[in-house]
Design a protein around this ligand. Structure first.
Ligand SMILES: C[S@@+](CC[C@H](N)C(=O)[O-])C[C@H]1O[C@@H](n2cnc3c(N)ncnc32)[C@H](O)[C@@H]1O
Length: 214
């Protein structure tokens, strides 16, 4: 018999969750929208006219938030949003979507071709690798995608640009923070209210490149 994906307890919590209800009411594709909103508000990041890359974008609630934040007074999106995920994503207006695994060179090359010589204002990554339950292996997977996002940001951000990356407390986290501190002038950790307190999920925000690489 197929293994149950969600426990009864998880389903109960999900139905009761105020962020799930709010997401449904406001038309967001996932409750994760509220995590990004809080981080953008706290950090005063993103405005119309900017260029943003959204890594691990499916089903698309972060891209929805990015669109909203980039609308001008007439409600027209100003700037550019490129989203990437290994899973398909239902199209969103003003969002260029690439389907592929960010760890693969050809997928990265596709993204780099779209970005071209332009410099990004913001890179966001909500990528969460499939976890095996084996702590050391999972820590290595998480660290790997965080480091890839960091390297991409270092190559493509404007000097004053910013990176928001989802990570998890546990083994490997201190190395990720150290790597962030090697790349950015300012690094803060944010745990938005919508991030379940029982989850080890956390977000790192890096701002201001120490030096960019070509
Ligand atoms: C938590 S979900 C993202 C939710 C999204 N931010 C939203 O608000 O709708 C994590 C996503 O990361 C994607 N992902 C994980 N590893 C990836 C990789 N190596 N390359 C591309 N996407 C990846 C998964 O397919 C999944 O859709």
């Amino acid at each position: 018999m197929a293994k149950k994906k969600f426990s009864k307890n998880w389903i109960h919590q999900h139905i009761q969750d105020p962020y799930v209800k709010m997401a449904q009411q406001k038309g967001y594709r996932a409750r994760a929208a509220f995590k990004l909103m809080e981080i953008l508000d706290t950090e005063k990041l993103l405005r119309p006219g900017q260029f943003v890359v959204d890594l691990g974008a499916t089903p698309g609630s972060w891209s929805q938030v990015l669109r909203e934040r980039m609308k001008d007074a007439d409600g027209k999106v100003q700037g550019r949003i490129v989203a990437l995920d290994m899973l398909p994503m239902e199209a969103l207006p003003d969002v260029t979507f690439i389907q592929g695994d960010f760890r693969e060179d050809e997928v990265l090359a596709q993204l780099q071709q779209i970005v071209g010589d332009q410099r990004l204002d913001l890179v966001v990554s909500d990528m969460a690798p499939n976890l095996s339950g084996v702590e050391a292996a999972d820590a290595a997977r998480i660290q790997h995608v965080c480091e890839l996002a960091l390297e991409f940001a270092q190559q493509h951000l404007k000097p004053e640009g910013a990176l928001i990356v989802k990570s998890f407390h546990g083994s490997g986290f201190s190395q990720i923070v150290k790597a962030f501190k090697g790349v950015f002038e300012r690094v803060v950790e944010r745990k938005p209210k919508a991030s379940r307190h029982q989850s080890s999920e956390t977000f790192l925000v890096g701002r201001g490149l120490k030096s960019s690489i070509e």
